[in-house]
Design a protein around this ligand. Structure first.
Ligand SMILES: NC(=O)c1ccc[n+]([C@@H]2O[C@H](COP(=O)([O-])OP(=O)(O)OC[C@H]3O[C@@H](n4cnc5c(N)ncnc54)[C@H](O)[C@@H]3O)[C@@H](O)[C@H]2O)c1
Length: 258
């Protein structure tokens, strides 16, 4: 039922086949979207090679380096979209980073630099990407980001990333308010814990997953493809009345008190 044919969709945050962004890219592609993919470049080009091989079957029509700490790369990404696509319909923001040291131990020991880095990459980047996307979303659009319950409640070891997710979720609301008159919708998906490269940096991620399996109403955690299905819905006309929301895709864990 979800039809994204003729929609131009930029997906950020694919690192490997466990990435939530990979689950999203597959579901957007199945729904007919024309995909653009960005990756975080490294000096040896390892990430470029890995992400290019992984995404090749989806035949992305744009494949670009985009470190969100690099203004020139962001500018080049959106210049390429303008030149090649003319219009952008969907932006998936699926990236985050905090120093490993700041994801264990005392939250009060978070360094100034660690705080800045986590907030810049994980929260400010959505504001900046939305700023560049806005003039290209000439026929309206949908922006989707990924968040976690640790931005609303205290989760052991999530620490500074919880603060970044709280900022990210508020970004969703302010951006939805600003962009709504242009029919650009902005929503977040709060996913349950999934084993990925990023989540492996959070101390005790396996314990978190086992806890969800024991307690969540569905008695299991979720998959990247389930998150991808919700992202496809949020990017489609089926969700045309929804903006500024955080949708939980977490087997229902968020409703539980104990
Ligand atoms: N895995 C989970 O349990 C879980 C749960 C809820 C939300 N999330 C969120 O989902 C999103 C995707 O994470 P994931 O779990 O799929 O892990 P992942 O490691 O596969 O993805 C994180 C991505 O962020 C990218 N990234 C980091 N720094 C960057 C930078 N400076 N510029 C551009 N890209 C950068 C990495 O290259 C990687 O592709 C994150 O926002 C994460 O917080 C994850």
């Amino acid at each position: 039922m979800i039809n994204l044919t003729a929609k131009n969709a930029l997906v950020t945050g694919i690192a490997n086949n466990r990435s939530i962004a990979w689950g999203i890219a597959q579901q957007l592609s199945s729904a007919g979207a024309n995909l653009g993919v960005t990756y975080l470049p490294d000096e040896r080009g390892k990430m470029e090679k890995k992400v290019a091989e992984l995404t090749a079957p989806l035949q992305p029509s744009l494949f670009l380096p985009c470190n969100v700490q690099d203004d020139e790369q962001i500018q080049a990404t959106f210049d390429a979209i303008k030149e090649n696509w003319g219009r952008l319909d969907v932006l998936v923001h699926c990236l985050a980073f905090a120093n490993r040291d700041d994801l264990t131990g005392d939250f009060s020991a978070t360094s100034r630099e660690g705080f800045r880095t986590a907030l810049e990459i994980s929260a400010y980047s959505l504001v900046q990407l939305a700023h560049y996307a806005k003039p290209l979303m000439t026929e309206g659009g949908s922006i989707v980001t990924l968040t976690y319950l640790g931005g609303v409640r205290v989760v052991p070891n999530y620490n500074v990333m919880g603060i970044a997710k709280a900022a990210l979720e508020m970004n969703v609301r302010y951006l939805a308010s600003e962009l709504g008159p242009d029919n650009i919708r902005v929503n977040g998906i709060s996913a349950g814990p999934i084993r990925t490269l990023a989540s492996s940096a959070v101390g005790g991620i396996l314990d978190m997953i086992h806890h969800v399996e024991a307690v969540a109403p569905l008695r299991r955690t979720v998959t990247q493809l389930e998150v991808g299905n919700t992202a496809a819905f949020l990017c489609s006309e089926l969700s045309s009345g929804i903006t500024g929301q955080i949708i939980y895709v977490d087997s229902g864990y968020e409703i539980m008190g104990m």
